[in-house]
Design a protein around this ligand. Sequence first.
Ligand code: AMP
Length: 222
Amino acid sequence: MNILIFGPNGSGKGTQGTLVKDKYDLDHIESGAIFRKHIGGGTELGLKAKEYINKGELVPDDITIPMVLDVLQNAGENGWLLDGFPRSLVQAEKLWEALQNDGVALDYVIEIKLPREVAKARIMGRRLCENNPNHPNNVGIPAIAPEGDTCRVCGGALSARDDDQDEAAIDKRHDIYYDEETGTMAGCNFYKNMKDASFKIIELDGEQSIDEIKNYLVSQLD
Ligand code: AMP
């Protein structure tokens, strides 16, 4: 089973992706995480990638594409869930070309749709519990709004992550994601507009609750 997942930062892609990955026991391949591993390990690739990542820019294709294709080729036999790649039209085209050449079937393309302003409000509304980072608190989502200034789960003190409050950085990431000419949306549309595609497209409404999205997603998977 091989799956692509698209969704802007703030759409719950991580949560839904984990569900899919667990259901089929897939390798979760996240381009951002691969870069972070290289950076942590001090590899040459990591050093090169770091300067772009720190500026919030995309790492150039001559580094990113071969790196991701290599990881895909070495994935486990159950297949993969690819997250964070493709992030542009060119990456989408190159990935498709490589899959065709290698005779690898794509099974699903999942897209979590969320308006840009909603995604931004969600990111800026995230609050981190001092006791447990997995306690969900978000001042922008009524279902998981904090209890006053404290964690809705345990009453712990809350804080906001610095990068969640960096509006310019959020805008930069979303500029890339929502770009329908050459950006991530263009890459997503490349797959969605494909004629006679053998994979199934699943569109999720990111404005629904986590459980509603989950239930719908499960109903769409075989
Ligand atoms: P992420 O963890 O997905 O937010 O990725 C962190 C950073 O890694 C991004 O801001 C980019 O600089 C870089 N990156 C991740 N995936 C890609 C990609 N497909 N193409 C280019 N750069 C990427």
